[in-house]
Design a protein around this ligand. Structure first.
Ligand code: SAM
Length: 291
């Protein structure tokens, strides 16, 4: 049932944009002393070895997090993400979203990480054992319904499914819409892939086409909803390339001035992440906040 293993992909370009934005939201939430909750619906193993058989097979981190290693950035949250990732990369690890949250959350904050695969939840429990986080072995979509609204009113939900089956796109829409109804002030961050087909005769062509269509359906559903603040962020490291050349995030209830802040960070990151000197980014409102 769970063929996706994030250990093959840990630290790739998609992790870089996702984890940078995760850090940016968490750091913003930390500007107030009031506690917040962090919920990770598709947590993975939490921490990955970069010299594992899986990671060595693909070496995706080499065109992702490895590119930021040793860099001196100016943007404050890009510096936080870089420094955090660097301490792990120096020891041949890459931190997953649960580990990043565990490193950044404070005593008063609350972390809940959810994983459904038997293998990965074992790894997650081991990696999170000193974090104080609650680790749930269950379906992340069902958990999101059960856990919202949380008793702590401020917080971030990261929704990062593998999108192995077409139904996951609709599950994201349904679970986010219903969680937003119950918790309208929650910040929801949804990751999605940007795929380019290899060749028209290749099987991946149909798959990439249908997944791009499903991502667009998801974006349209948010754009046509009643949600009062939804931002779309995309980073494509090789717009002329093939396969998963980039990825995007939908951020619902993005914090004050988050759009400008992300644009500044991505402008600094872009030349570092570019394959063959090319990369593109965009940051657009799907639903512009009223006010
Ligand atoms: N968020 C992680 C990070 O950034 O480090 C990576 C997560 S990985 C992309 C997706 C994970 O979701 C996999 O470990 C997979 O086993 C898990 N998964 C798949 N379907 C799930 C479901 N319905 N509920 C919870 N976890 C699920």
């Amino acid at each position: 049932m769970f063929s996706y293993r994030h250990s093959f992909h840990a630290g790739n370009h998609a992790d870089v944009i996702k984890h940078l934005c995760q850090v940016m939201v968490i750091e913003k939430l930390k500007e107030k002393t009031k506690p917040f909750v962090y919920i990770d619906t598709h947590a993975g193993a939490g921490l990955y070895k970069l010299d594992s058989e899986q990671a060595k097979k693909t070496s995706e981190y080499k065109t992702g997090a490895k590119r930021i290693a040793g860099r001196e950035f100016v943007h404050p949250q890009l510096r936080v993400y870089q420094a955090l990732a660097q301490t792990y990369i120096d020891n041949a690890y890459y931190p997953g979203s649960p580990q990043i949250a565990a490193d950044l959350l404070r005593e008063q904050d609350n972390g809940i990480v959810i994983e459904w695969s038997n293998t990965e939840v074992g790894n997650l429990k081991r990696n999170m054992r000193d974090s104080g986080f609650a680790v749930h072995h269950r379906d992340g979509f069902e958990a999101l319904k059960a856990l919202t609204p949380p008793s702590i009113k401020r917080g971030l939900v990261l929704i990062d499914p593998p999108y192995e089956s077409a139904s996951e796109y609709q599950q994201v829409i349904d679970s986010v819409m219903s969680a937003y109804q119950r918790w309208p002030q929650g910040i929801f961050m949804i990751w999605y892939p940007i795929l380019t087909a290899r060749t028209e005769t290749d099987d991946s062509f149909k798959s990439a086409q249908s997944k791009s269509h499903l991502s667009q359906v998801m974006l349209n559903a948010i754009a046509n909803s009643e949600i009062d603040n939804a931002l779309k962020i995309e980073l494509n490291t090789d717009p002329e390339g093939q396969g998963m050349t980039g990825s995007g995030l939908i951020v619902i209830n993005s914090p004050w001035q988050f759009k400008q802040n992300v644009e500044t960070a991505l402008n600094e990151l872009l030349p570092v992440m570019a394959d063959l000197g090319q990369a593109s980014m965009s940051c657009q409102w799907l639903r512009e906040p009223k006010s």
